[in-house]
Design a protein around this ligand. Structure first.
Ligand code: C2E
Ligand code: MG
Ligand code: MG
Ligand code: MG
Length: 278
């Protein structure tokens, strides 16, 4: 028996799993240290008005600058940050830093650009998000209308009543709310009329066969129509070609974001990008 259970035990903690757990633990320790050591930075990706071709806003995207100088993309560490709860502290830093930097952006050829910040479900579950947002706005002096909070469908359906209350209080502060990765999360659309959102961001997976004969275009057209009928703005994520940009504009999509216009870039480069556009 002992031998059998021992073997079971060994099988349970097999080498690959132990590696996984150790990797996660190491990552978790590293993330906690990264907060103290100020190793996070925000890059910004321009949001383009498809009618005018001008930058009207930018999305703040988190990166981890490792001691060896390399940059770790969020997909590699956000899951661990969420699991461990560290995303709450990291997210607080992101909000403050994004508002601080956006408050320095001048108006060039139109209103000063807004900044879009991604939120995690845990930041809602933890509570206090309204206080945090109010503090970030107050400390930076950023006008509330220049802050956009990006929520996912899964946040909205995770705890509808408490999230609705939080979102409503956030909206009352004058910030803008958008739904990120729209179309990938949940099939019910009823929450769209219940939550005071301003904008839908069409997930980039739907842009893949735009212009081709696939289903992508049907979905993109449907989302643009839905947004328009609900009085919401619409952003297409992952615009990689001039053809897709033109098609989206012709379909009536207001805004675009993607490598065709610009990749995410350090804060220092963003205003040069905005100025170089005419
Ligand atoms: P997201 O919010 O949907 O952000 C858009 C992602 O698409 C970014 O990846 C961006 O670099 C990428 N992207 C933009 N244009 C193109 C394109 O034309 N082609 C392709 N292939 N990709 C494009 P990134 O920066 O790696 O971020 C990945 C995800 O990590 C974000 O997806 C967001 O969900 C999450 N994230 C980033 N920063 C934060 C943050 O501060 N807090 C939280 N909670 N999540 C964050
Ligand atoms: Mg986003
Ligand atoms: Mg997205
Ligand atoms: Mg996302």
């Amino acid at each position: 028996h002992a031998k059998a259970s021992g073997r079971n035990c060994h099988r349970f903690f097999d080498d690959s799993m132990q590696g996984d757990v150790q990797d996660r633990m190491r990552m978790q320790v590293g993330l906690a240290r990264a907060i103290e050591a100020n190793e996070f930075e925000l890059h910004y990706q321009p949001l383009i008005d498809l009618k005018t071709g001008r930058m009207v806003g930018a999305e703040a995207l988190l990166r981890w600058r490792l001691p060896d100088g390399s940059l770790m993309p969020p997909a590699q560490f956000i899951p661990v940050a969420e699991e461990s709860g560290l995303i709450v502290r990291i997210g607080a830093w992101v909000l403050h830093e994004a508002c601080r930097q956006a408050s320095l952006w001048p108006a060039i050829n139109g209103p000063a650009p807004w900044v879009a910040v991604n939120l995690s479900a845990l930041q809602f579950r933890q509570g206090g998000l309204e206080t945090l947002v109010a503090a970030a706005l107050r400390d930076s002096g950023l006008a509330p209308g220049r802050l956009e909070l990006e929520l996912t469908e899964s946040i909205l359906i995770s705890d509808p009543a408490s999230v609705l209350a939080a979102v409503t209080r956030l909206k009352a502060q004058g910030v803008m709310l958008s739904i990120d990765d729209f179309g990938t999360g949940y099939s019910s659309l009823s929450y769209l009329t219940r939550f005071p959102v301003d904008k839908l961001k069409i997930d980039r997976s739907f842009l893949q066969d735009l212009g081709g004969r696939g289903q992508g275009q049907t979905i993109v057209e449907a989302v643009i129509g839905l947004a328009s009928n609900l009085g919401l703005a619409c952003v297409a994520e992952g615009v990689e070609t001039a053809e897709v940009a033109r098609l989206l504009k012709d379909l009536g999509c207001g805004y675009g974001q993607g490598y065709y216009f610009a990749r995410p870039m350090p804060a220092e480069q963003l205003m040069a990008f905005a100025r170089a556009q005419t």
